[in-house]
Design a protein around this ligand. Structure first.
Ligand code: DHB
Ligand code: FE
Length: 259
């Protein structure tokens, strides 16, 4: 059965690839440029960097695959790109804990509920969160500068399905643009920036895993995200608050669909 699927996928790929080459009447020099580009992209792939995923993201391929595979039913929270910076095994923390460990940036209280499609709270959901720091770098990009697990944590919902944690109000941030994908963006006159976002992976028994972000409302890159990840339903209001523990607050519920 998988061989039949492979033949179908490859037949379509070759058909469309040939169609594209005929459409632009690709020159031999352009073909060589393409081979060189793909070779350099592969050479940039290792433990700390996956340039092919970056390429897929920058071409909108990742979001298209996401759209086809996660047609959220009415009421369920939309998904978006996973991105290259999640780290498995972040510490599970008590509700309300601040995940920003480097003292940089403005603190925001994130809170809400994890719910099912009927609006019932989901207990024992794991809310795994991560963001860049106030300088626009994830901890794994600056292992010698940032504390381990800076701006990462896992929170487990109680019987009422609620979650709460403190983190920074994230800042907009350029995808790594010192490689072939960055060169491609430059050659096309595209910028490498992503609008500010907090990443979430929400999992719970009996429910489909949700990979998404909360975007900071008002960010200037919301309409030109370098990886096309923005969905209107994921843009949240960040409200200024006067509190000794935080300067901002945002309320966001996650609605999971059943498996
Ligand atoms: C990508 C996603 C991110 O969330 C990020 O911070 C950087 C890059 C990406 O999809 O390539
Ligand atoms: Fe990100």
């Amino acid at each position: 059965a998988s061989d039949a699927r492979l033949r179908r996928v490859m037949a379509s790929l070759v058909t469309h690839l040939h169609g594209f080459i005929k459409d632009v009447e690709l020159t031999e020099a352009e073909w060589e440029t393409a081979i060189g580009f793909l070779t350099r992209t592969g050479q940039m792939c290792g433990d700390a960097r996956q340039e092919f995923i970056l390429l897929s993201d920058a071409l909108g391929v990742s979001m298209l695959v996401d759209a086809i595979n996660h047609r959220a039913p009415e009421g369920a929270t939309d998904s978006t790109v996973f991105g290259p910076f999640h780290v498995e095994g972040a510490p599970e923390l008590p509700m309300g804990t601040c995940i920003s460990l480097d003292g940089k940036g403005e603190i925001c209280l994130y809170q809400g509920h994890v719910l099912d499609l009927d609006g019932k709270p989901i207990a024992d959901a794991l809310v795994d969160v991560w963001s860049d720091n106030a300088d626009g770098f994830y901890d794994v990009q600056q292992p010698d500068l940032q504390p381990k697990w800076n701006n990462r944590g896992v929170f487990r919902t109680g019987p009422d399905g609620s979650y709460a944690f403190r983190g920074i109000k994230p800042v907009s941030y350029p995808i790594p643009d010192d490689g072939p994908v960055g060169q491609m963006l430059g050659a096309l006159g595209r910028h490498p920036w992503r609008p500010a976002h907090m990443h979430f992976r929400v999992t719970a028994p009996g429910h489909a895993r949700l990979i998404t972000h909360i975007f900071v409302g008002g960010d200037s890159y919301l309409t030109s995200d370098a990886v096309f990840g923005v969905k209107a339903s994921l843009i949240a209001d960040f409200l200024p608050v006067h509190s000794p523990t935080e300067q901002w607050r945002t309320d966001f519920n996650f609605v999971l669909r059943p498996t």
